[in-house]
Design a protein around this ligand. Structure first.
Ligand code: CP
Ligand code: NVA
Length: 311
């Protein structure tokens, strides 16, 4: 018999399932670190700080930015990333999420998951020995918020005291903006068509900072940042036509941006549907920060991974 003792974890494993899993101070230090790491990468000073660390990446939905940024980020940090899709793992053949968590977390140092129900990632995290990152669920997309906050900070400084307009669907991104309003101390004005508002529990919990507006113009009036997202998220493909009719007056374009502050920024997590939620011109206009926002997924997530692995 050979008794090999598994390394004991003396601390509680930290997960990042929503922004609420970190404190305001931790959020600030992750953003500062992301900016520092970006600068170091640009200057050829990036260090392989996480040599031999392995990330498991479970994707139950499609992705371009999330996959590329996590995979490139792990390589830049000296580690490795494993792409795991339900198409070719046992997850797609019905192996319980709890069993997958128990097994995978004995093999890798950190896991990121993109899936449907938020409860699924919570169950995975409950049974995981290693940190779990939410790379998008139907309810939240907190990694995108790290990139959005970093982008705003780089271009305009702190978000504290600023106002942000969310125009469009009250979806996973909108819910994450509600959490961010409390974490970063900004006012959030939300304009969604009737029947497409975000979670009322979440709005009520943050009613001091979050306000529902009757029209996109009212939400955007004087704001420092205007944000939108696709009208039909992944999993809602069948509702596309019905949603396009409901959202027809909610396009963000130059005309709507004219209600915002003169130096207001426009953000979109992408992929964007030109001519639907955003006009083609606005995506490439000077007030659009979308390409920098997309790039910052890489830097912000590297800072997040480093934070979670060094707790
Ligand atoms: N914004 C975002 O998460 O993009 P992907 O779906 O391409 O990962
Ligand atoms: N709300 C979108 C975001 C895509 C990155 C979706 O869930 O499909």
């Amino acid at each position: 018999m050979v008794a090999i003792k598994a390394p004991q974890t003396t601390h509680k494993v930290r997960h990042f399932l929503t922004l609420n899993d970190i404190s305001k101070d931790e959020l600030k230090s992750i953003i500062d670190r992301a900016i520092e790491m970006k600068q170091a990468l640009y200057e050829g000073r990036a260090q392989p700080l996480l040599e031999r660390k392995v990330m498991g990446m479970i994707f139950e939905k499609s992705s371009t930015r999330t996959r590329a940024s996590f995979e490139a980020g792990m390589a830049q940090l000296g580690g490795h990333a494993l792409f795991l899709s339900p198409r070719d793992t046992q997850l797609g053949r019905g192996e319980p999420i709890e069993d997958s968590a128990r097994v995978l977390s004995r093999m890798v140092d950190i896991v990121m998951i993109r899936t449907f129900g938020h409860d699924k990632i919570e169950r995975f995290a409950e049974f995981s020995r290693v940190p779990v990152i939410n790379a998008l669920t139907d309810d939240f997309h907190p990694c995108q918020l790290l990139a959005d906050i970093q982008t705003f900070v780089e271009l305009r400084g702190s978000m504290a005291g600023k106002s942000v307009a969310w125009v469009g669907d009250g979806n996973n991104m909108c819910n994450s903006y509600i959490n961010a309003a409390a974490m970063c101390d900004f006012e959030l004005r939300i304009a969604c068509p009737e029947g497409f508002n975000p979670s009322s529990d979440l709005i009520n919990a943050h009613s001091d900072r979050v306000k529902l507006c009757a029209t996109p113009q009212e939400a955007v009036q004087g704001t420092d940042l205007v944000v939108t997202d696709t009208w039909a998220s992944m999993g809602q493909e069948d509702e596309k036509n019905e949603r396009e009719r409901a959202f027809a007056d909610y396009q963000v374009n130059a005309e709507l941006m004219s209600y915002a502050a003169s130096d207001a920024l426009f953000m979109h997590c992408l992929p964007a549907y030109r001519g639907k939620e955003v006009s083609a011109e606005l995506l490439d206009a000077p007030d659009s920060a979308v390409w920098q926002e997309a790039e910052n997924r890489l830097h912000a997530q590297k800072a997040l991974i480093e934070f979670l692995l060094t707790q």
